[in-house]
Design a protein around this ligand. Structure first.
Ligand SMILES: O=C(O)/C=C/C(=O)CC(=O)CC(=O)O
Ligand SMILES: [Ca+2]
Ligand SMILES: [Mg+2]
Length: 389
């Protein structure tokens, strides 16, 4: 059959994101999205690397091969695709696209870091002295990365508000989101070696949307001095479609400007800022539009920093940008910022909200300029809050 792509589709031939899907008849396997169809790549290209329940084996094959396959897919879907290899996206189940190896979360938005500094540390300078010298980050929990649509059980833990004498145990009362972009490492690097900033495009396979669910009350009490732990490790959601780096060529922009100039190992010659527009919806109402182009540190700098000590990187490593917030109030990527620590409620469908209530649903989506003049889409990362167990 000939696949029709509607005029203005966010999934035209300049996008071609990869995912893992199943149908009632076939187990999880790799597909590529074209318009509103999913093309079964093992069936269409006859390559066993796609007859697998994750993208990892294909991701490990490297940039040359990714470019080759993207070209073959472009040719294939421009002509006749065997009927048996095409499934309407409505009729498939989408799975976690990768076996996540390690998971790192950065903190690369100056606006977010400044806002959180003001909220968490009102008596000191909002940005820590290291912040403009290195992309600050922490190691998260790879095993709790889940695909969009997975319900999120409200975490329980120790909470202690500043005015309470002692901690209590119970469900988080300040459950939040963090709208982020995630980068997936395709080809890893050896223990003892560092990845130069120039090797970003060679090694990184593509990008996904991330919602780094965060229990602010658990976090605030537990994370001094070692950093985030149980307040963030209960679940992190990602979108099912991995947008290949090649599809983001037209979205590349310089980062907003770095002063002081970073150390040589973090100095970029090619810009890897990205002009991606996110949208955050809370129970169906749009509450924010975080702009990725405002991010201070680029994903190439994040990868260089993550490996500069000789830490190995592996196929399937996921590193996320950190919350994306712009300078405007309606560009903030977390509810703690939108509601200013819970003091300025957000009106959602006529109700005043600060943090997440049980039953709430959050959807983060994004688009970017495509290479054919229109826009491309990331799809969405969706999650609903279930009561604590
Ligand atoms: O500045 C703080 O004390 C806390 C920061 C965060 O919770 C943000 C975080 O985890 C990283 C990010 O997503 O930007
Ligand atoms: Ca985060
Ligand atoms: Mg998380």
């Amino acid at each position: 059959m000939k696949i029709d792509v509607a005029e203005g589709s966010l999934f035209g031939l300049d996008n071609l994101p990869y995912g893992v899907f199943s149908t009632p008849g076939t187990g999880p396997r790799v597909g590529v999205r074209v318009g509103d169809q999913v093309v079964d790549l093992a069936a269409a290209l006859g390559d066993e690397v796609f007859a697998q329940p994750t993208l990892n084996a294909f991701m490990a094959q490297g940039r040359r091969r990714w470019d080759e396959v993207r070209e073959r897919i472009t040719e294939l879907v421009s002509g006749e695709v065997p009927d048996a290899a095409v499934h309407p996206v409505r009729a498939v189940t989408l799975h976690l696209p990768v076996a996540v190896a390690d998971y790192v979360d950065f903190y690369a938005s100056e606006h977010h870091a400044t806002n959180l500094g003001r909220l968490f540390r009102p008596d000191s300078a909002p940005l820590m002295p290291n912040w403009k010298h290195l992309p600050v980050g922490y190691h998260g929990r790879a095993g709790t990365v889940v695909v969009s649509g997975t319900d999120i059980v409200r975490p329980s833990g120790q909470r202690k508000a500043p005015d309470e004498a002692a901690p209590t145990f119970g469900p988080s009362r300040r459950l939040d989101i963090e709208a982020e972009l995630g980068f997936l490492v395709g080809t890893g690097s050896e223990l003892g070696s560092a990845v130069p900033v120039e090797e970003f495009a060679e090694r990184v396979f593509g990008a996904v949307l991330v919602n780094d669910w965060s229990a602010r009350d658990i976090q605030a009490w537990e994370y001094v001095p070692l950093g985030p732990f149980l307040g963030k490790s209960f679940a992190t959601s990602i979108s099912p479609w991995v947008v290949p780096l090649a599809a983001l060529e037209a979205a590349r922009v310089p980062t907003p400007g770095q002063d002081p100039a970073p150390l040589p190992y973090l100095t970029e010659r090619e810009p890897w800022g990205l002009d991606i527009e996110l949208t955050v919806s809370w129970n169906g109402q749009e509450v924010s539009r975080p702009p990725y182009r405002e991010m201070y540190w680029s994903p190439a700098q994040m990868l260089a920093h993550m490996t500069v000590n000789g830490a190995a990187s592996r196929t399937g490593d996921l590193y996320a940008s950190g919350t994306i917030s712009g300078p405007e109030k309606e560009q903030r990527g977390a509810f703690i910022e939108l509601s200013w620590g819970g003091r300025e409620p957000v009106v959602v469908n006529g109700e005043e909200r600060t943090f997440l209530a049980d039953g709430d649903e959050v959807v983060i989506s994004a688009t970017a300029p495509g290479t054919r003049g229109g826009r491309i889409g990331f799809g969405e990362v969706r999650g609903r809050i279930l009561p604590a167990r």
